[in-house]
Structures are given as C-alpha cells and as structure tokens.
Design a protein around this ligand. Sequence first.
Ligand code: ZN
Length: 184
Amino acid sequence: MVNREKIEQAVRLLLEGIGEDVCREGLRQTPERIARMYEELFGGLDETPRTYLEKTFPACGSQMVVEKDISFYSVCEHHLMPFYGKAHVAYLPQGKVVGLSKLARTVEVFARRPQIQEQLTAQIADALMEHLLASGVMVMLEAEHLCMTMRGVKKPGSKTVTTAVRGAFATDDRLQRQFFSMVK
Ligand code: ZN
C-alpha cells in the first residue's frame, strides 16, 4: 500500500533539493497532490491480473484474438518519468476466451507500476499465457518516453517498440506476420 506521508516528505525534500521554497503559495499543496496522484499511478502494485482474467467464457475455435491500440500510461523506473503509447495484444485461445476489456485491464495492472518497457511487455504476455492457458500470446508496445524526448538526446516523437512472443507465436512466423498485418 502507498504510504502518502512518506511521499509527501520526499516531495518536500525534492523541492528543497532543487532550491525551491516549499512554503510559497503555489507549492504548498504540491506534496499532498503528488501523493494522491502516485497512489493512482502506482495502483497496479496492489493488483493482480487474476482479478480480471479468472472469469472466462467457453469458446470453440482457436483463431487469433487481437485487441489493438490499447492506450496505456506508465512510469519509467529509471527516471520516474512517464512513458505512454499503444499496446497491441493477441492470443490463441484453447477452449476459453476472456472479455475484451479484460485485456486492457491486464495492460493497466502492469503499466501502473514503476516499469521498463521490455519488462512491461513480457509481464503482459506471461499473465495472458498463465491465466488463459492460451496456446500462444503476442504483445507489442509502441511508446514515447519523456526521459528520452524531454531531456538528454531530445528526439520528440521517437517511439520505442517492444514485442514479446510466447507459445505458438514463438515458433510460427506466419502467426507473427498475421499479427503485424492486423495491428498495422
Ligand atoms: Zn527513463
């Protein structure tokens, strides 16, 4: 659980550290505001994807299910700056499917944590494999990282693309090509 008091203390120290006056009007409520905001941004730390993936529906057929352009917002664990973009998620069902909104919920559970994009991609794929007993999963994330575009090399609009393949997607190129043509 988020400890708001610790976050408030930390934000006060941070502001002092950059040479700000924490008592001035505009900053007085900032530590408290950030504490509340972080509770939401990092709410995924208290969640498990099981909550969303345990209710499934029987289904025949094993055709690829794709949910594309799922918007997500996460926070880079190296700089605590946002990275955000689109997630594309596909799985090959084996007798059961899950409500489509639950795929987006799964993305959110892992996005709302301090993250690196590669790990976020892998965690989504592994959760879907585990809970849906799918015969294959593929996840692709395209994101802009503010720690890249706002500072340092400053390349606004540049995207980082990551993929994770599991099961049949890892061994069958045709499935991967089908996925790419569907999310394009
Ligand atoms: Zn970063």
